[in-house]
Design a protein around this ligand. Structure first.
Ligand code: PLP
Length: 339
């Protein structure tokens, strides 16, 4: 691409050429529509505006050394969006339509997929919203699905590094039997205040405890948590955590590397026994945790006194990135090559 300085990209928004849309009306989905507009008209009584009928996804496409463009695990995102739709009573999008929309959005904007050497990638953002007019509290009868893309910079501009996170007991992100397991905008609205306070204080994220007992690790704002000890990858089991596709992939890679994998409750105090800890998600793959500050108890759990990422975090990070960029064989069929 002629005018983009790939190395200056951040995790922001840049206009691309096209987005892809589908409409749900009269009980069925339309075919895909290609749009050049960044806008859509919306009814003032649309349910997404009043009652939070909104779900989204986030995935990436990568350009390999061979020049090919690879989309990572899009079927998983399609399935998760179906689960989110079910969770807040929206029309479900067929997996095949979701996949076709994502591939189409990438193809039409192929000039925005950053070159291999830049370490940047193309972020893909599907959204699903209730659009029909409704003032009583009821699900909409019409829905809009949009996929847009935007190039984003490498998450670790100055190299893979650790950051501190913080525990605040006075905020919850999601209720134990609430919508935490769905990727819906409402969960993010609920986490903005705590997130902003954490950022002002120099933390990269809030580490939430379980909302009911405040005893167990839940998740890290927009990322899943994992800890490493005794050659074991340990990640929380909870009814309020978003099932991260990155986490799922890392569990597979940890197994391949000969590690044990445990998905179970993690009592807060167990943090003192972890050799490494990290947050995982599409944006960063892994963001290793320098320390967790339990500010209410004036206690810090330190994983990296010198600020360097642990060995296991680093190997898992490199392994997953290598598959995404096509440097290593895709033995689990995680990657879709855009022809
Ligand atoms: C999207 C998201 C994640 C990360 O999921 P990935 O599929 O790995 O990108 C983790 N937690 C929350 C709350 C999320 O919304």
């Amino acid at each position: 691409m002629e005018n983009i300085n790939w190395s200056d990209l951040t995790f922001g928004y840049m206009k691309t050429d096209y987005n892809v849309r589908a409409y749900y009306r009269d009980g069925q989905w339309s075919d895909l529509e290609i749009s050049e507009s960044e806008y859509f008209p919306i009814h003032i009584a649309a349910t997404c505006l009043h009652y939070g009928q909104e779900a989204f996804e986030g995935l990436k496409a990568f350009r390999g050394q061979d020049g090919k463009v690879r989309i990572f695990r899009m079927r998983e995102n399609a399935l998760r969006m179906q689960s989110s739709a079910q969770g807040i009573l929206m029309a479900q999008l067929p997996v095949e339509l979701f996949e076709r929309a994502v591939v189409e959005a990438v193809k039409r904007n192929i000039r925005f997929v950053p070159p291999y050497e830049s370490g940047a990638s193309l972020y893909i953002r599907p959204i699903l919203i209730g659009t029909s007019a409704q003032v009583g509290v009821k699900p909409a009868s019409e829905y809009l699905f949009v996929v847009f893309v935007t190039p984003v910079g490498p998450y670790f501009k100055e190299g893979f590094k650790t950051t501190p996170v913080v525990i605040f007991r006075e905020y919850d992100r999601a209720a134990p039997l609430g919508t935490g397991i769905y990727k819906v905008g409402g969960n993010y609205a609920a986490s903005l205040v705590a997130g902003e306070i954490a950022h002002e204080k120099g933390y990269s994220a809030v580490l939430y405890l379980d909302a009911k007992e405040k005893k167990y690790i839940d998740e890290c704002g927009p990322a899943n948590f994992f800890g490493i000890k005794n050659n074991t990858y340990i990640t929380p089991k909870s009814s309020s955590i978003l099932p991260s596709i990155t986490n799922k992939s890392l569990m597979q890679l940890a197994t391949d590397m000969g590690m044990k994998v445990e998905r179970r409750q993690i009592p807060l105090e167990e943090l003192s026994t972890f050799e490494e800890a990290g947050m995982c998600g599409t944006a960063a793959v892994i963001s290793p945790i320098q320390r967790v500050d339990d500010v209410d108890n004036h206690h810090s759990y330190v994983f990296s006194p010198d600020g360097k990422p642990g060995k296991v975090c680093e190997s898992l990070y490199k392994k997953l990135r290598a598959i995404q960029y096509g440097d290593e064989p895709d033995k689990y069929d995680w990657v879709t090559i855009v022809e």
